[in-house]
Design a protein around this ligand. Structure first.
Ligand code: DAV
Length: 373
């Protein structure tokens, strides 16, 4: 099938129905951004990234792009249309009347920025200053989809001001310690305040009529309330995972695989009172397998739990990173076919297989998978 001649249709209601059209990110020009409040709160205290910023080494970028290109090709060979972003110059500062930061970030993880719900693609507010302009990398695609699909709804959440009032000064300390961090995140005392609505798209899971949203560093309660008002036909659920000292993005913590089945990071279990909703609707929440690695690759923000950051191609087929043998084995036992994808050397640019993609089209419709509400 010649997809280039095919007209675009934007449509995706969940994380599992058959994937037909997707955006895959690029490592091109990716920068380690300078210090800023929300970013500092996420970089682990012992990370090799503390205190350095600037463009990432070109040979690492080239290797990252090689893996991302191969992944795109693998998807295309399965008949999935793949589009790529248009990187802007990330060495440029981001300056608004409210803030200034000396460089930007990159466009490897479209999942963080773009939330596809039905025929809508919503640009998230984002919560890092270095990512304020990241939506620009996707505008050429958004324009194309707008021209080609008469039903496509291109939306953008209100751009946040991101002044210091958005961030808790408590998190500026260099040495907080894991124990204190766990106490704070269990108390839902996160780095972002409730000054204005903030959310990253990767904190949202789409499950038909239900949107499950992680309250953490990158998404605040006002952001969740904004989503609730924006999607009045959905039920919007706020969840949080107390075992995570650096809670950003739900997709290395809670992974729906097919209707009725979710993998949960065993170090970041959903609290009992929040599980009840899934259980009374007959959904099973099982512990994800252990990661195959003891530490993330060099200069990486994310934890080893990118092992469970998988891309579901359909309810019986899932893309798993090639070295994540325990995660692959778990899917095997669940009767789900594993497609191995090599991506570990691209993790540092912004995450795993779920992060580096954003849905455009899944063969899906608006369904209620939780009829008991
Ligand atoms: O476990 O570091 C990574 C999620 C990236 N989107 C973690 C979360």
């Amino acid at each position: 099938m010649n997809w280039t001649a095919e007209k675009t249709t934007v449509n995706s209601w969940n994380e599992w129905d058959p994937l037909k059209h997707v955006i895959v990110g690029l490592a091109t020009d990716c920068h380690i951004p300078p210090a800023e409040p929300a970013l500092d709160a996420k970089v682990p205290e012992d990370s090799d990234m503390r205190g350095q910023w600037g463009k990432r080494p070109q040979e690492m970028i080239d290797r990252g792009n090689e893996l991302l290109d191969n992944f795109a090709l693998q998807l295309q060979k399965r008949g999935i249309r793949v589009d790529r972003p248009t990187p802007t110059d990330f060495s440029l500062p981001a300056t608004t009347p409210d803030f200034h930061t000396d460089s930007q970030f990159g466009c490897m993880p479209p999942r963080d920025v773009l939330l596809t719900v039905g025929s809508e693609i919503l640009e998230a507010t984002m919560s890092y200053r270095c990512r304020w302009f990241e939506y620009l990398c996707y505008r050429p695609l958004m324009q194309q989809y707008f021209n080609e699909d008469p039903n496509f709804r291109h939306e953008a959440a209100p751009k946040p001001r991101l002044t210091d009032a958005d961030y808790r000064a408590d998190y500026l300390s260099e040495k907080i310690g894991i124990e204190k961090r766990l106490e704070w995140t269990a108390d839902k005392f996160f780095v972002t305040t409730e000054e204005e609505p903030l959310f990253d798209a990767a904190d949202v899971l789409r499950m038909g009529k239900d949107l499950v949203v992680q309250h953490g560093f990158t998404t605040n309660l006002k952001g969740i309330e904004w989503l609730r008002r924006h999607f009045p036909d959905h039920r919007v659920h706020a969840v949080n995972f107390p075992g995570d000292p650096y809670p950003i993005h739900i997709d290395a913590t809670f992974t729906p695989v097919r209707p009725g089945l979710i993998l949960n990071n065993p170090n970041r279990r959903l609290p009992d009172d929040q599980r009840e909703f899934f259980h009374r609707n007959g959904w099973e929440i099982v512990d994800a397998a252990q990661p195959a690695h003891n530490s993330p690759p060099p200069l990486c923000y994310s934890s080893t739990w990118l092992s469970m950051n998988v891309l579901v191609l359909d309810p019986k087929t899932v893309c798993v990173e090639k070295s994540e043998v325990y995660q692959a084995e778990q899917f095997d036992k669940l009767g789900i076919e594993v497609v191995e994808v090599e991506l570990r050397d691209a993790y540092a640019f912004g995450g795993g297989l779920h992060c580096c993609t954003a849905d455009v089209y899944r063969e899906s419709s608006f369904e209620d998978y939780f009829p008991k509400g």
